[in-house]
Design a protein around this ligand. Structure first.
Ligand SMILES: [Cu+2]
Length: 132
């Protein structure tokens, strides 16, 4: 009889653990899905467009690679206002852009091959832009 109670307790604990893991997994996939499904590099009207997700803990991806000699747009996509990132700037490429909720497109001037640093308005988060 005692064994039976022990068995049942383990069963309940395993059930709770499994439920917790399931909920955690659900949240994890929900968070990654929205941005992971979206390709970083797309093309439209002769432009190469890099879409960078602006999240509460930084820019995703933090490394962007674009082709030299192709007109380029960056889109800083901000799905929610729950981030301290209000703007993105770069002395390297002469960028100072206030970020609204949603899409924030900026057209880059023709960049020479090289590596350029972009940062949020508070110098907390960085994006490395590589032109090849
Ligand atoms: Cu910040």
């Amino acid at each position: 009889m005692r064994n039976m109670t022990k068995f049942r307790a383990i069963g309940i604990m395993a059930g709770i653990l499994f439920t917790c893991l399931f909920i955690l997994a659900l949240f994890y996939f929900q968070n990654t899905e929205s941005s992971a499904n979206e390709p970083v590099m797309t093309e439209s009207d002769g432009y190469q467009i890099a879409t960078i997700q602006v999240k509460d803990d930084g820019f995703y991806p933090a490394n962007i690679e674009v082709k030299a000699g192709v007109p380029t747009k960056l889109n800083f996509k901000k799905p929610s206002g729950f981030t301290c990132i209000r703007s993105v700037a770069s002395r390297d490429i002469g960028l100072d852009l206030y970020l609204e909720k949603g899409d924030n497109f900026t057209t880059l001037q023709d960049l020479k091959p090289g590596t350029y640093k972009l940062h949020c308005g508070m110098y907390m988060y960085y994006v490395t832009l590589t032109v090849k």
